[in-house]
Write a protein that binds this ligand. Sequence first.
Ligand SMILES: Cc1cc2nc3c(=O)[nH]c(=O)nc-3n(C[C@H](O)[C@H](O)[C@H](O)COP(=O)(O)OP(=O)(O)OC[C@H]3O[C@@H](n4cnc5c(N)ncnc54)[C@H](O)[C@@H]3O)c2cc1C
Length: 463
Amino acid sequence: MTETATEITRLETFLQDHPTIKYISPSSDNYASAHKCWNGARHDKPLAIVQPQSHADVCTLIKYVKSKSLPFTLRTGGHNLEGRAVVERALLIDLRLLAGVTIEFDRKSAVIQGGTLQEEVGNTLWKEGLGTATGSIPSVGYVGWATYGGYGPFSSHWGLGADQIISATVVNPDGEIYVADQDLLQGIRGTGGLFGVILELTVKVYPLHKLLAGPIVFESTNIKETFIAFNAEYQKLESEGIPAKLTVQQTIFNSSHGAAFAVQFVWSGEILEDGQHWSERIASLGPVLMNGVTPTNLPDWFAGIGAHIPKTVYGSPFSYNVSSISPEVAESIGNGIAKMPNNPGTMMSMHQLRGNALQCELSSVFEAREPHFMLEIIGFSTDSALQQEAEKWAAEIAEDLVKVAPDALLPTHYISVFNSIAQASSPTEWVDKTYGTKVDTLKSLKAEFDPENLFALTVPTLR
Ligand SMILES: Cc1cc2nc3c(=O)[nH]c(=O)nc-3n(C[C@H](O)[C@H](O)[C@H](O)COP(=O)(O)OP(=O)(O)OC[C@H]3O[C@@H](n4cnc5c(N)ncnc54)[C@H](O)[C@@H]3O)c2cc1C
């Protein structure tokens, strides 16, 4: 019997005593679909897949993997851009059956279960006239998004995802339920699953009854010039002051007419007329092809964005934080987007850290608090045969930025989009580049809460 077969037999015997834990064996019909991640280029195959249905099931599983020294990974939405939720021959603990959102009595916070997707968070709160910081892709896991930082359409108004976390319940390396103390919370706000399985997060919520949102697509025949001109005008507007209730995300995507430059406009303030005024100001920064900004609701808005994101892609990302879209940065990105391969999986997006995301009174190991744009250069393709072309395109933009605009590149990186292999020479450099001055805090928290490194295959990898 091979080692793998022995491990599977042992696991199956154990699961017979724990029938509430759902099991997907490597020979199950749904094994392939159950471990599929957003990045289809991740070819690793897990030992098997288990789906806990209760907090007690998670404790049971963690005690089991520890007692057998069995490598394991955690997965929720499967949207880690490198597909890190799946590792060859490691047991995959799929948390998606542990989903749900409960609004607290005072309506100032909500408890979000560890396996909940963004869509369920936003939509449940919306029905109650509430909102919180979320990302914009409905199928991304909420915990995976929020705990590593969490940039999104409400960042300027309410802060990052990590800034909303006021308490967390985890299953620790001993398989016990533990309510995080302030030290552990500091680590969870920035490094997610490094210390344990997050069963629940309690997050801040805010009144949200209205939403004015949608894309403003600019004339993109000469996309480089459009991009450069927009950013020059946007900088002027910013110097006059842009309200925090407005979050603007620049995107470059492939439409049926080729590459297009657009702004995702989200106004989450109460007074829609003010938002309308701002949508006109943003639209005035370039020649508009289509202005889709309209009063909407969160479920429709999520659905609209989700419909444009391919379900499976092949490739890798690159990311930099830049202090501003200076003329050099704009020229470099402009040159890159003019050469973007024509595939729906290839795109670029720019989140801006401004407004109320610039500071947070809660301690965290999230490092990048200076004003910046977080560049997501999505070197992916929906066609695996075109993966290399997309990756080469993304790598060339990243290389050119280093060459022509080194002063604009910040030392901080965003772990969820950073390319841990191409942009770092080792796991140590990966961690150093993403956590900067917070690395020592991170390491001492790891030594305190997971001294044996049971959670070794999480994001990030510390040793
Ligand atoms: C199309 C797309 C768009 C994106 N847009 C944004 C964006 O706008 N803003 C932004 O900030 N990021 C964005 N991201 C990045 C995304 O937020 C992160 O990759 C996030 O970690 C994905 O979470 P997941 O649960 O979907 O992924 P998974 O691959 O399932 O999980 C990633 C890792 O998170 C950890 N984890 C997940 N759940 C738990 C848990 N309950 N307990 C402990 N650890 C856990 C594990 O270590 C796991 O390996 C985007 C990614 C994609 C693919």
